[in-house]
Design a protein around this ligand. Structure first.
Ligand code: SIN
Length: 514
Protein backbone atom coordinates (compact mmCIF):
# COMPACT_ATOMS: atom_id res chain seq x y z
CA UNK A 1 0.00 0.00 0.00
CA UNK A 2 2.81 2.35 1.05
CA UNK A 3 4.73 1.70 -2.19
CA UNK A 4 1.56 2.23 -4.24
CA UNK A 5 1.08 5.62 -2.51
CA UNK A 6 4.68 6.54 -3.18
CA UNK A 7 4.41 5.62 -6.84
CA UNK A 8 1.20 7.60 -7.12
CA UNK A 9 2.82 10.61 -5.39
CA UNK A 10 5.69 10.45 -7.87
CA UNK A 11 3.23 10.25 -10.75
CA UNK A 12 1.39 13.32 -9.44
CA UNK A 13 4.60 15.28 -9.00
CA UNK A 14 5.59 14.43 -12.53
CA UNK A 15 2.26 15.60 -13.93
CA UNK A 16 2.28 18.88 -12.09
CA UNK A 17 5.93 19.73 -12.47
CA UNK A 18 6.81 18.25 -15.88
CA UNK A 19 10.47 18.17 -16.83
CA UNK A 20 11.85 17.93 -13.28
CA UNK A 21 13.29 14.79 -11.75
CA UNK A 22 11.21 13.38 -8.93
CA UNK A 23 14.20 12.87 -6.63
CA UNK A 24 15.34 16.46 -7.14
CA UNK A 25 11.88 17.70 -6.27
CA UNK A 26 11.51 15.52 -3.22
CA UNK A 27 14.87 16.74 -1.96
CA UNK A 28 14.07 20.31 -2.88
CA UNK A 29 10.66 20.29 -1.27
CA UNK A 30 11.39 18.91 2.15
CA UNK A 31 10.38 20.82 5.26
CA UNK A 32 13.39 22.23 7.00
CA UNK A 33 12.72 24.47 10.01
CA UNK A 34 14.34 25.01 13.40
CA UNK A 35 13.51 22.04 15.65
CA UNK A 36 12.06 24.20 18.41
CA UNK A 37 9.30 25.37 16.11
CA UNK A 38 8.40 21.95 14.75
CA UNK A 39 6.25 20.87 17.68
CA UNK A 40 4.09 17.77 17.44
CA UNK A 41 2.51 17.44 20.89
CA UNK A 42 -0.46 19.21 22.40
CA UNK A 43 0.18 22.26 24.61
CA UNK A 44 -1.74 22.30 27.89
CA UNK A 45 -1.02 24.30 31.02
CA UNK A 46 2.40 25.29 29.67
CA UNK A 47 3.44 21.67 29.02
CA UNK A 48 3.87 19.62 25.86
CA UNK A 49 1.65 16.55 26.15
CA UNK A 50 1.37 13.33 24.16
CA UNK A 51 -1.86 11.52 23.34
CA UNK A 52 -2.66 7.82 22.98
CA UNK A 53 -2.17 8.03 19.20
CA UNK A 54 -0.91 10.37 16.50
CA UNK A 55 -2.25 11.56 13.15
CA UNK A 56 -0.29 12.45 10.01
CA UNK A 57 0.13 15.95 8.61
CA UNK A 58 0.73 15.88 4.86
CA UNK A 59 2.10 18.31 2.32
CA UNK A 60 -0.92 18.83 0.02
CA UNK A 61 1.38 19.41 -2.98
CA UNK A 62 3.11 16.03 -2.82
CA UNK A 63 1.01 13.90 -0.52
CA UNK A 64 4.15 13.24 1.54
CA UNK A 65 3.78 13.00 5.32
CA UNK A 66 5.64 15.83 7.02
CA UNK A 67 4.89 15.10 10.69
CA UNK A 68 2.95 12.94 13.11
CA UNK A 69 1.03 14.98 15.65
CA UNK A 70 -0.56 13.99 18.99
CA UNK A 71 -4.20 13.12 18.37
CA UNK A 72 -5.86 14.75 21.36
CA UNK A 73 -9.31 13.58 22.35
CA UNK A 74 -12.10 14.75 24.65
CA UNK A 75 -10.02 13.98 27.76
CA UNK A 76 -7.20 16.30 26.65
CA UNK A 77 -9.75 18.92 25.59
CA UNK A 78 -11.30 18.83 29.06
CA UNK A 79 -7.85 19.05 30.65
CA UNK A 80 -7.13 22.12 28.51
CA UNK A 81 -10.43 23.75 29.48
CA UNK A 82 -9.72 23.14 33.19
CA UNK A 83 -6.24 24.57 32.80
CA UNK A 84 -7.57 27.66 31.00
CA UNK A 85 -10.23 28.09 33.65
CA UNK A 86 -7.68 27.96 36.47
CA UNK A 87 -5.36 30.39 34.67
CA UNK A 88 -8.23 32.82 34.02
CA UNK A 89 -8.38 33.84 37.69
CA UNK A 90 -4.80 35.09 37.64
CA UNK A 91 -4.62 36.31 34.02
CA UNK A 92 -7.61 38.61 34.44
CA UNK A 93 -5.83 40.24 37.40
CA UNK A 94 -2.87 41.26 35.22
CA UNK A 95 -3.00 44.92 34.39
CA UNK A 96 -3.83 45.76 30.82
CA UNK A 97 -0.28 47.03 30.42
CA UNK A 98 1.19 43.72 31.62
CA UNK A 99 -0.94 41.80 29.12
CA UNK A 100 -0.02 44.29 26.43
CA UNK A 101 3.71 43.83 27.03
CA UNK A 102 3.43 40.03 26.76
CA UNK A 103 1.42 40.23 23.53
CA UNK A 104 4.02 42.59 22.12
CA UNK A 105 6.80 40.12 23.00
CA UNK A 106 4.86 37.38 21.25
CA UNK A 107 4.54 39.66 18.20
CA UNK A 108 8.30 40.30 18.23
CA UNK A 109 9.02 36.56 18.30
CA UNK A 110 6.72 35.92 15.34
CA UNK A 111 8.56 38.60 13.42
CA UNK A 112 11.93 37.11 14.38
CA UNK A 113 10.91 33.63 13.21
CA UNK A 114 8.85 34.67 10.21
CA UNK A 115 10.79 32.54 7.67
CA UNK A 116 10.36 29.29 9.60
CA UNK A 117 6.74 30.05 10.47
CA UNK A 118 6.05 30.74 6.79
CA UNK A 119 7.65 27.43 5.80
CA UNK A 120 5.34 25.60 8.16
CA UNK A 121 2.34 27.22 6.47
CA UNK A 122 3.61 26.41 3.00
CA UNK A 123 4.20 22.77 3.83
CA UNK A 124 1.02 22.09 5.72
CA UNK A 125 -1.41 24.19 3.71
CA UNK A 126 0.19 24.54 0.27
CA UNK A 127 0.46 28.34 0.10
CA UNK A 128 3.35 29.92 -1.78
CA UNK A 129 6.18 31.22 0.41
CA UNK A 130 5.31 34.78 -0.63
CA UNK A 131 1.77 34.32 0.63
CA UNK A 132 2.92 32.47 3.75
CA UNK A 133 5.26 35.33 4.62
CA UNK A 134 2.35 37.71 4.04
CA UNK A 135 0.24 35.57 6.35
CA UNK A 136 2.86 35.76 9.11
CA UNK A 137 2.94 39.55 8.73
CA UNK A 138 -0.89 39.54 8.88
CA UNK A 139 -0.93 37.09 11.79
CA UNK A 140 1.58 39.01 13.87
CA UNK A 141 -0.22 42.28 13.11
CA UNK A 142 -3.14 41.06 15.23
CA UNK A 143 -0.85 40.51 18.22
CA UNK A 144 0.60 43.97 17.73
CA UNK A 145 -2.83 45.55 17.25
CA UNK A 146 -4.40 43.88 20.29
CA UNK A 147 -1.35 44.58 22.43
CA UNK A 148 -2.21 48.22 21.74
CA UNK A 149 -5.96 47.77 22.17
CA UNK A 150 -5.55 46.01 25.53
CA UNK A 151 -4.93 49.39 27.15
CA UNK A 152 -7.90 51.04 25.47
CA UNK A 153 -10.74 49.07 27.01
CA UNK A 154 -12.93 51.74 28.56
CA UNK A 155 -16.18 51.48 30.43
CA UNK A 156 -18.69 54.32 30.81
CA UNK A 157 -19.93 56.65 33.51
CA UNK A 158 -23.55 57.32 32.69
CA UNK A 159 -25.88 60.13 33.78
CA UNK A 160 -27.90 58.60 36.68
CA UNK A 161 -31.70 58.44 36.77
CA UNK A 162 -31.89 59.71 40.39
CA UNK A 163 -29.81 62.22 42.42
CA UNK A 164 -28.62 59.68 44.97
CA UNK A 165 -27.07 57.28 42.46
CA UNK A 166 -24.07 57.02 40.20
CA UNK A 167 -24.10 54.61 37.27
CA UNK A 168 -21.01 52.90 35.89
CA UNK A 169 -20.68 50.38 33.08
CA UNK A 170 -17.63 48.17 33.60
CA UNK A 171 -16.03 45.94 30.94
CA UNK A 172 -14.83 42.55 32.16
CA UNK A 173 -13.36 39.49 30.39
CA UNK A 174 -15.94 36.78 29.73
CA UNK A 175 -13.72 33.86 30.85
CA UNK A 176 -12.44 30.85 28.91
CA UNK A 177 -12.78 31.10 25.13
CA UNK A 178 -12.77 28.06 22.84
CA UNK A 179 -11.10 29.01 19.59
CA UNK A 180 -11.74 26.72 16.61
CA UNK A 181 -9.80 27.67 13.51
CA UNK A 182 -9.54 26.77 9.80
CA UNK A 183 -6.69 25.45 7.65
CA UNK A 184 -6.63 28.26 5.08
CA UNK A 185 -4.95 30.75 7.44
CA UNK A 186 -3.36 28.40 9.99
CA UNK A 187 -1.65 31.22 11.88
CA UNK A 188 -3.64 34.42 11.31
CA UNK A 189 -7.05 33.04 12.22
CA UNK A 190 -5.61 32.04 15.59
CA UNK A 191 -3.98 35.36 16.40
CA UNK A 192 -6.99 37.38 15.20
CA UNK A 193 -9.08 35.66 17.88
CA UNK A 194 -6.48 34.96 20.54
CA UNK A 195 -4.91 38.43 20.38
CA UNK A 196 -8.30 39.94 21.22
CA UNK A 197 -9.11 37.31 23.86
CA UNK A 198 -5.82 37.64 25.74
CA UNK A 199 -5.88 41.43 25.53
CA UNK A 200 -9.34 41.39 27.13
CA UNK A 201 -8.13 39.14 29.97
CA UNK A 202 -9.62 35.85 28.72
CA UNK A 203 -7.76 32.55 28.48
CA UNK A 204 -8.12 30.21 25.50
CA UNK A 205 -8.16 26.65 24.25
CA UNK A 206 -7.34 26.48 20.54
CA UNK A 207 -8.41 23.59 18.34
CA UNK A 208 -6.55 24.06 15.06
CA UNK A 209 -7.76 22.51 11.81
CA UNK A 210 -6.88 18.84 11.34
CA UNK A 211 -4.80 19.63 8.24
CA UNK A 212 -2.71 22.41 9.78
CA UNK A 213 -1.81 21.89 13.44
CA UNK A 214 1.90 22.72 13.06
CA UNK A 215 1.45 26.48 12.79
CA UNK A 216 -0.72 26.50 15.91
CA UNK A 217 1.86 24.51 17.87
CA UNK A 218 4.66 26.82 16.73
CA UNK A 219 2.56 29.72 18.02
CA UNK A 220 2.33 27.90 21.37
CA UNK A 221 6.11 27.49 21.51
CA UNK A 222 6.54 31.22 20.92
CA UNK A 223 3.80 32.11 23.43
CA UNK A 224 5.80 30.18 26.04
CA UNK A 225 9.01 31.93 25.03
CA UNK A 226 7.25 35.29 25.26
CA UNK A 227 6.32 34.57 28.88
CA UNK A 228 2.57 34.09 28.43
CA UNK A 229 1.72 32.23 31.66
CA UNK A 230 0.86 28.52 31.75
CA UNK A 231 -2.80 27.78 31.00
CA UNK A 232 -3.51 31.08 29.25
CA UNK A 233 -2.94 29.67 25.74
CA UNK A 234 -3.62 25.96 25.20
CA UNK A 235 -3.64 23.99 21.94
CA UNK A 236 -5.35 20.63 21.38
CA UNK A 237 -4.52 19.29 17.91
CA UNK A 238 -6.64 16.38 16.69
CA UNK A 239 -7.49 14.32 13.64
CA UNK A 240 -10.61 14.59 11.52
CA UNK A 241 -12.01 11.56 13.37
CA UNK A 242 -11.57 13.13 16.81
CA UNK A 243 -12.74 16.61 15.76
CA UNK A 244 -16.46 16.14 16.58
CA UNK A 245 -15.80 14.88 20.14
CA UNK A 246 -13.16 17.53 20.87
CA UNK A 247 -15.40 20.22 19.37
CA UNK A 248 -18.26 19.05 21.54
CA UNK A 249 -16.23 19.49 24.75
CA UNK A 250 -15.13 22.94 23.63
CA UNK A 251 -18.69 24.02 22.82
CA UNK A 252 -20.55 22.45 25.73
CA UNK A 253 -18.27 22.43 28.79
CA UNK A 254 -19.85 24.71 31.42
CA UNK A 255 -16.42 26.24 32.18
CA UNK A 256 -16.23 27.64 28.65
CA UNK A 257 -17.81 31.09 28.38
CA UNK A 258 -17.36 31.82 24.72
CA UNK A 259 -16.84 30.03 21.39
CA UNK A 260 -15.11 31.68 18.48
CA UNK A 261 -15.11 29.80 15.19
CA UNK A 262 -13.97 30.40 11.64
CA UNK A 263 -15.09 27.88 9.04
CA UNK A 264 -18.08 26.74 7.02
CA UNK A 265 -21.63 27.87 7.71
CA UNK A 266 -22.71 24.23 8.04
CA UNK A 267 -20.22 23.56 10.85
CA UNK A 268 -20.95 26.94 12.44
CA UNK A 269 -24.61 25.97 12.77
CA UNK A 270 -23.67 22.75 14.58
CA UNK A 271 -21.41 24.63 16.99
CA UNK A 272 -24.07 27.28 17.61
CA UNK A 273 -26.57 24.57 18.54
CA UNK A 274 -24.06 22.94 20.89
CA UNK A 275 -23.16 26.26 22.52
CA UNK A 276 -26.84 27.17 22.97
CA UNK A 277 -27.41 24.65 25.75
CA UNK A 278 -25.13 26.52 28.15
CA UNK A 279 -25.92 29.92 26.57
CA UNK A 280 -22.37 30.76 25.58
CA UNK A 281 -21.30 33.92 23.83
CA UNK A 282 -20.35 33.13 20.22
CA UNK A 283 -18.43 34.76 17.42
CA UNK A 284 -18.78 33.08 14.04
CA UNK A 285 -16.85 33.87 10.86
CA UNK A 286 -18.59 31.62 8.35
CA UNK A 287 -18.83 31.10 4.62
CA UNK A 288 -18.72 33.74 1.92
CA UNK A 289 -19.92 34.05 -1.67
CA UNK A 290 -18.45 37.41 -2.62
CA UNK A 291 -19.67 39.23 -5.71
CA UNK A 292 -17.09 41.20 -7.72
CA UNK A 293 -18.87 43.75 -9.91
CA UNK A 294 -17.20 45.63 -12.74
CA UNK A 295 -19.27 48.59 -13.94
CA UNK A 296 -18.85 50.25 -17.33
CA UNK A 297 -17.16 53.25 -15.69
CA UNK A 298 -14.40 51.10 -14.13
CA UNK A 299 -10.69 51.47 -14.83
CA UNK A 300 -10.23 48.10 -16.56
CA UNK A 301 -6.57 47.61 -15.65
CA UNK A 302 -7.29 48.23 -11.98
CA UNK A 303 -10.33 45.94 -12.12
CA UNK A 304 -8.25 43.16 -13.68
CA UNK A 305 -5.53 43.57 -11.04
CA UNK A 306 -8.16 43.52 -8.29
CA UNK A 307 -9.86 40.44 -9.74
CA UNK A 308 -6.55 38.57 -9.95
CA UNK A 309 -5.66 39.43 -6.35
CA UNK A 310 -9.09 38.72 -4.94
CA UNK A 311 -9.70 35.48 -6.82
CA UNK A 312 -6.29 33.84 -6.78
CA UNK A 313 -5.08 34.71 -3.26
CA UNK A 314 -4.28 31.32 -1.64
CA UNK A 315 -5.46 29.61 -4.87
CA UNK A 316 -8.97 30.91 -4.26
CA UNK A 317 -9.19 29.44 -0.77
CA UNK A 318 -10.28 32.37 1.40
CA UNK A 319 -13.75 33.10 2.62
CA UNK A 320 -13.44 36.64 1.20
CA UNK A 321 -12.26 35.50 -2.25
CA UNK A 322 -14.50 36.78 -5.03
CA UNK A 323 -16.78 33.96 -6.09
CA UNK A 324 -19.06 35.53 -8.71
CA UNK A 325 -17.84 38.08 -11.26
CA UNK A 326 -20.55 40.36 -12.64
CA UNK A 327 -19.35 42.44 -15.58
CA UNK A 328 -21.40 45.14 -17.31
CA UNK A 329 -22.14 44.68 -20.99
CA UNK A 330 -20.17 47.70 -22.25
CA UNK A 331 -16.89 46.64 -20.66
CA UNK A 332 -17.37 42.86 -20.60
CA UNK A 333 -15.30 41.76 -23.61
CA UNK A 334 -12.43 44.14 -22.89
CA UNK A 335 -12.26 43.05 -19.23
CA UNK A 336 -12.41 39.35 -20.05
CA UNK A 337 -9.68 39.65 -22.69
CA UNK A 338 -7.31 41.45 -20.33
CA UNK A 339 -8.12 39.09 -17.47
CA UNK A 340 -7.26 36.07 -19.62
CA UNK A 341 -3.94 37.69 -20.56
CA UNK A 342 -3.16 38.39 -16.90
CA UNK A 343 -3.91 34.77 -16.02
CA UNK A 344 -1.56 33.58 -18.77
CA UNK A 345 1.32 35.72 -17.62
CA UNK A 346 0.89 35.78 -13.84
CA UNK A 347 -0.23 32.32 -12.74
CA UNK A 348 2.12 29.37 -12.36
CA UNK A 349 1.13 26.16 -10.58
CA UNK A 350 3.64 24.34 -8.43
CA UNK A 351 4.96 23.60 -4.99
CA UNK A 352 4.58 26.59 -2.70
CA UNK A 353 8.24 26.61 -1.76
CA UNK A 354 9.35 27.06 -5.39
CA UNK A 355 9.89 30.83 -5.85
CA UNK A 356 8.36 30.64 -9.35
CA UNK A 357 5.05 29.28 -8.08
CA UNK A 358 2.10 31.63 -7.71
CA UNK A 359 -0.59 28.98 -7.27
CA UNK A 360 -0.19 26.07 -4.89
CA UNK A 361 -2.42 23.02 -4.58
CA UNK A 362 -5.84 23.01 -2.94
CA UNK A 363 -5.91 21.61 0.58
CA UNK A 364 -6.99 18.12 -0.47
CA UNK A 365 -8.45 16.05 -3.28
CA UNK A 366 -12.02 16.60 -2.08
CA UNK A 367 -11.56 20.36 -2.44
CA UNK A 368 -10.23 19.91 -5.96
CA UNK A 369 -13.13 17.63 -6.88
CA UNK A 370 -15.60 20.28 -5.72
CA UNK A 371 -14.09 22.82 -8.13
CA UNK A 372 -14.03 20.26 -10.94
CA UNK A 373 -17.67 19.47 -10.29
CA UNK A 374 -18.60 23.16 -10.51
CA UNK A 375 -16.73 23.49 -13.82
CA UNK A 376 -18.44 20.41 -15.29
CA UNK A 377 -21.84 21.65 -14.14
CA UNK A 378 -21.28 25.12 -15.61
CA UNK A 379 -20.12 23.75 -18.96
CA UNK A 380 -23.08 21.39 -19.13
CA UNK A 381 -25.36 24.42 -18.68
CA UNK A 382 -23.75 26.49 -21.43
CA UNK A 383 -20.66 28.16 -19.91
CA UNK A 384 -17.55 28.54 -22.10
CA UNK A 385 -14.07 27.73 -20.78
CA UNK A 386 -11.61 30.50 -21.77
CA UNK A 387 -8.70 29.36 -19.62
CA UNK A 388 -7.87 26.17 -17.70
CA UNK A 389 -10.89 24.00 -16.96
CA UNK A 390 -9.16 20.89 -15.68
CA UNK A 391 -8.35 19.26 -12.39
CA UNK A 392 -4.87 17.79 -12.46
CA UNK A 393 -4.13 14.71 -10.42
CA UNK A 394 -3.88 15.21 -6.68
CA UNK A 395 -5.30 18.46 -5.40
CA UNK A 396 -4.07 20.79 -8.15
CA UNK A 397 -6.66 22.59 -10.29
CA UNK A 398 -5.89 24.76 -13.29
CA UNK A 399 -6.86 28.41 -12.75
CA UNK A 400 -10.06 28.55 -14.77
CA UNK A 401 -11.90 31.40 -16.50
CA UNK A 402 -15.52 30.79 -17.51
CA UNK A 403 -17.79 33.13 -19.49
CA UNK A 404 -21.47 32.87 -20.52
CA UNK A 405 -22.15 32.01 -16.90
CA UNK A 406 -25.72 32.15 -15.61
CA UNK A 407 -27.25 32.21 -12.15
CA UNK A 408 -28.58 28.66 -12.38
CA UNK A 409 -25.05 27.22 -12.31
CA UNK A 410 -23.57 25.69 -9.14
CA UNK A 411 -20.57 28.03 -9.24
CA UNK A 412 -22.87 31.03 -8.82
CA UNK A 413 -24.85 29.41 -6.03
CA UNK A 414 -22.16 27.81 -3.82
CA UNK A 415 -18.88 29.00 -2.38
CA UNK A 416 -16.13 27.52 -4.61
CA UNK A 417 -12.96 27.78 -2.47
CA UNK A 418 -10.75 27.26 -5.49
CA UNK A 419 -9.27 28.96 -8.56
CA UNK A 420 -12.46 29.21 -10.62
CA UNK A 421 -13.44 32.61 -11.99
CA UNK A 422 -16.98 32.61 -13.46
CA UNK A 423 -18.13 35.74 -15.35
CA UNK A 424 -21.81 36.74 -15.58
CA UNK A 425 -22.72 39.52 -18.02
CA UNK A 426 -25.25 42.16 -16.85
CA UNK A 427 -26.88 45.31 -18.21
CA UNK A 428 -28.00 47.56 -15.35
CA UNK A 429 -26.89 48.44 -11.82
CA UNK A 430 -30.22 47.15 -10.45
CA UNK A 431 -29.70 43.83 -12.18
CA UNK A 432 -26.16 43.50 -10.76
CA UNK A 433 -27.33 44.31 -7.23
CA UNK A 434 -30.20 41.85 -7.47
CA UNK A 435 -27.81 39.06 -8.48
CA UNK A 436 -25.21 40.06 -5.89
CA UNK A 437 -27.73 40.12 -3.05
CA UNK A 438 -29.54 36.92 -4.03
CA UNK A 439 -27.50 34.87 -1.57
CA UNK A 440 -27.84 33.64 2.00
CA UNK A 441 -24.19 34.66 2.49
CA UNK A 442 -23.03 38.20 3.08
CA UNK A 443 -19.37 38.34 3.97
CA UNK A 444 -17.46 40.49 1.45
CA UNK A 445 -18.33 42.22 -1.81
CA UNK A 446 -16.19 44.16 -4.29
CA UNK A 447 -16.91 46.54 -7.12
CA UNK A 448 -15.05 48.74 -9.57
CA UNK A 449 -16.57 52.06 -10.61
CA UNK A 450 -15.39 55.63 -11.06
CA UNK A 451 -18.83 57.13 -10.66
CA UNK A 452 -18.94 58.65 -7.17
CA UNK A 453 -22.73 58.51 -6.82
CA UNK A 454 -22.74 54.91 -7.95
CA UNK A 455 -19.99 54.13 -5.41
CA UNK A 456 -22.18 55.32 -2.53
CA UNK A 457 -25.36 53.74 -3.89
CA UNK A 458 -23.77 50.33 -4.41
CA UNK A 459 -21.81 50.34 -1.14
CA UNK A 460 -24.99 51.03 0.80
CA UNK A 461 -27.07 48.50 -1.16
CA UNK A 462 -24.71 45.51 -1.02
CA UNK A 463 -25.82 43.05 1.69
CA UNK A 464 -22.37 42.22 3.06
CA UNK A 465 -20.21 43.03 6.07
CA UNK A 466 -17.19 44.27 4.08
CA UNK A 467 -16.96 46.18 0.81
CA UNK A 468 -13.93 46.70 -1.39
CA UNK A 469 -14.38 49.73 -3.66
CA UNK A 470 -11.73 49.65 -6.38
CA UNK A 471 -9.75 47.26 -4.12
CA UNK A 472 -9.47 43.47 -4.37
CA UNK A 473 -7.84 42.72 -1.00
CA UNK A 474 -9.12 44.60 2.01
CA UNK A 475 -8.27 42.56 5.13
CA UNK A 476 -6.24 44.38 7.78
CA UNK A 477 -6.04 44.29 11.58
CA UNK A 478 -7.30 47.90 11.86
CA UNK A 479 -10.63 47.18 10.13
CA UNK A 480 -13.57 45.05 11.24
CA UNK A 481 -13.81 41.60 9.68
CA UNK A 482 -17.18 39.85 9.65
CA UNK A 483 -20.36 39.21 7.75
CA UNK A 484 -24.12 39.54 7.71
CA UNK A 485 -26.82 36.93 6.96
CA UNK A 486 -25.46 33.38 7.27
CA UNK A 487 -21.86 34.57 6.97
CA UNK A 488 -21.70 34.91 10.71
CA UNK A 489 -22.00 36.81 13.95
CA UNK A 490 -19.62 39.30 15.50
CA UNK A 491 -16.56 41.15 14.29
CA UNK A 492 -12.84 40.42 14.47
CA UNK A 493 -9.91 42.83 14.32
CA UNK A 494 -10.47 46.59 14.60
CA UNK A 495 -11.55 48.33 17.81
CA UNK A 496 -14.64 46.06 17.85
CA UNK A 497 -12.87 42.67 17.93
CA UNK A 498 -12.08 42.87 21.65
CA UNK A 499 -15.75 43.45 22.55
CA UNK A 500 -16.52 39.82 21.65
CA UNK A 501 -14.46 38.79 24.70
CA UNK A 502 -15.90 41.34 27.14
CA UNK A 503 -19.06 41.53 29.20
CA UNK A 504 -20.56 44.83 30.27
CA UNK A 505 -21.35 44.94 33.96
CA UNK A 506 -23.70 47.66 35.20
CA UNK A 507 -22.79 49.03 38.62
CA UNK A 508 -25.46 51.10 40.34
CA UNK A 509 -23.86 53.03 43.19
CA UNK A 510 -26.78 54.15 45.38
CA UNK A 511 -27.66 55.84 48.66
CA UNK A 512 -25.49 58.88 48.08
CA UNK A 513 -26.36 62.01 50.09
CA UNK A 514 -25.60 65.65 49.32
C1 SIN B 1 -10.57 33.66 5.83
O1 SIN B 1 -10.56 33.26 4.70
O2 SIN B 1 -11.13 32.98 6.73
C2 SIN B 1 -9.92 34.95 6.26
C3 SIN B 1 -9.44 35.78 5.15
C4 SIN B 1 -8.87 37.09 5.60
O3 SIN B 1 -8.71 37.37 6.79
O4 SIN B 1 -8.56 37.90 4.72
Amino acid sequence: MRSFCLLRTRYLLHQVFPGQSITTMQRKYSLNVCAQLLRTQGYIDGHWISAASTFPVVDPATGEEIAKVADCGPAEAKQAVDSAHKAFYTWKQYTAKERSVLLRKWFDLLTLHKEDLAKLITFECGKTMKESLAEIAYSSSFLEWFSEQARRVYGDIVQPNTRDRRILLLKQPVGVASVITPWNFPSAMITRKVGAALAAGCTVVVKPAEDTPLSALALAELAGQAGIPAGVFNVVPCSREKTPSVGEVLCTDPLVAMVSFTGSTATGKILLKQAADTVKKTSMELGGHAPFIVFDSADVDKAVAGAMASKFRNSGQTCVCSNRFLVQNGIHDHFVKKLGQAMDTELRLGHGSDPNTTQGPLINVRAAQKVENQITDAVSRGATVLRGGKRLDGSFVQPTLLVDVTTDMLCTQQETFGPLLPVIRFNTEEEALAIANASQMGLAGYFYSQDISQIWRVTEALEVGMVGVNEGIISTSEASFGGVKQSGLGREGSKYGIDEYLDVKYMCFGGLTH
